[in-house]
Design a protein around this ligand. Structure first.
Ligand SMILES: O=P(O)(O)OC[C@H]1O[C@](O)(CO)[C@@H](O)[C@@H]1O
Length: 408
């Protein structure tokens, strides 16, 4: 499914197995297991308990429009763009940028669409506004042949859904937004997009078995968590995900929210950064090689690209070379790995056997477990995000001042 290689995190000589064994990871392990076992946190239960039949009625629409922010959309985008090969017309409305939202609404026929309005709280400003933009367009239609599904647990959006008798799917309360891809939040739109959701959950379950292992050397989530924690303590607090699979770009955005919002608490937290290989060898690599030594790199690569072709070309000495195109990017990843290691930049590598539903399910679940473990290591609550509320309060006040308010 996927392999985890941590040798270069130790080879550069900054941390050792002794350092790893000095970390009380057994305590972090048991604390997380306790939370998962007693249901305080539910992201493990959902991969075993989701009844997938409830999503079957969501198929058959030409277009799939997904409206949501953060954890209510990033996991879906991560899996869709990794798997999809653009089988379906997918439209993701995940911002309040008028140019993006209106250009999508200009080109999508809502009558041929299933539209997901996704918000756990039901009160997220951008999702609310984007829903009203869609509502305005539907009200102008003679008849609406499409379908609207709300995935929400409350707030203004649930009231709207109830008032209009729209379909409502709920999210287990003990599953925080950024851990909710394996609930209706991800599974419903992915099902409509023709993605095999049963295989995603199968991959996650297989990874769960591996992440239950108390032997840290056999548990990639625990080991990767401890390695990043140790390097953070040594001032390497920027965690770069460098994916040599371009279709995992949205996975990188999902990773950034998961790490940033879960661990960025009480003055702690890694700064997550996304890089794409080989492109960033021609931009950020100079910084990684010779800039501040404050980073740890996670390479993501695959044994098998889904498209490939033989290439015959001349090298710089006019000598002919023939190889597969995938050999080029694999050599580039390996060369970057060797160069960074030679220059004392710690790195680890995750290799997907294939890029498919199972490996993506396993990859996202591994990181959910890793962040669960890391929250225990930092002794912070990985499952809330209180610091984001201040901006929301200020923003609503500003909106009331800039618009005509309360004229209903
Ligand atoms: O699903 P909701 O409640 O709309 O929240 C969307 C996102 O906004 C946040 O609450 C941050 O503002 C994230 O934690 C969450 O994933």
């Amino acid at each position: 499914m996927l392999s985890y290689d941590y040798k270069n995190a130790l080879n550069i000589g900054e941390i050792s197995f002794e350092d790893i064994n000095k970390v009380d990871f057994a305590n972090a392990y048991s604390k997380l297991m306790e939370k998962l076992d007693n249901g305080a946190v539910g992201f493990r239960d959902v991969i075993y308990n989701e009844n997938l039949d409830k999503y079957k009625f969501l198929n058959g629409y030409k277009n799939v429009v997904v409206v949501g922010m953060g954890g209510s959309i990033l996991g879906t985008m991560a899996i869709y763009y990794a798997i999809s090969a653009f089988k379906n017309n997918a439209y993701f409305i995940d911002n309040s940028d008028p140019e993006k939202t209106l250009s999508i609404l200009k080109k999508v026929d809502l009558n041929e669409s299933i539209i997901y309005i996704i918000s756990k709280s039901g009160n997220t400003l951008e999702t609310l506004v984007n829903y009203y933009l869609i509502k305005k367009r539907i009200e102008k239609l003679n008849s609406f042949e499409g379908k609207i599904v709300f995935i929400t647990n409350g707030g203004k959006l649930k009231r709207e859904a109830e008032k209009n008798n729209y379909e409502i799917l709920s999210i287990p309360e003990n599953v925080p937004g950024r851990f909710s891809v394996f609930t209706a939040v991800g599974l419903a739109p992915l099902c409509s997009l023709g993605i095999d959701i049963s295989k995603i959950l199968k991959g996650a379950r297989e990874m769960d078995k591996i992440c239950q292992n108390e032997d840290i050397l056999k548990n990639p989530a625990l080991l990767n968590g401890v390695i990043h924690y140790l390097y953070d303590k040594k001032g390497k607090d920027i965690s770069v995900v460098m994916s040599y699979i371009e279709s995992l770009k949205c996975f990188g955005e999902w990773y950034i929210q998961l790490i940033g919002e879960s661990l960025g608490k009480e003055g702690n937290g890694l700064t997550p950064l996304l890089s794409i290989g080989a492109k960033d060898q021609h931009s950020l690599l100079q910084l990684y090689m010779d800039g501040k030594k404050d980073k740890i790199i996670t390479f993501i690569t695959t044994k098998n690209y889904r498209l490939d072709e033989e290439i015959v070309f001349d090298d710089l000495n006019d000598e002919e070379i023939s190889c597969m195109l995938s050999d080029i990017i694999k050599c580039e990843q390996e060369a970057t790995e060797i160069a960074l290691t030679n220059n004392g930049v710690p790195n680890v590598k995750i290799t997907l056997d294939e890029i498919n539903e199972m490996t993506m399910g396993a990859l996202l679940y591994m990181y959910e477990m890793q962040v669960g473990f890391m929250g225990e290591l930092y002794n912070v609550n990985s499952y809330n995000q209180p610091a984001v509320e201040e901006e929301k309060k200020i923003c609503w006040e500003l909106i009331k001042k800039c618009g005509n308010y309360g004229n209903k």
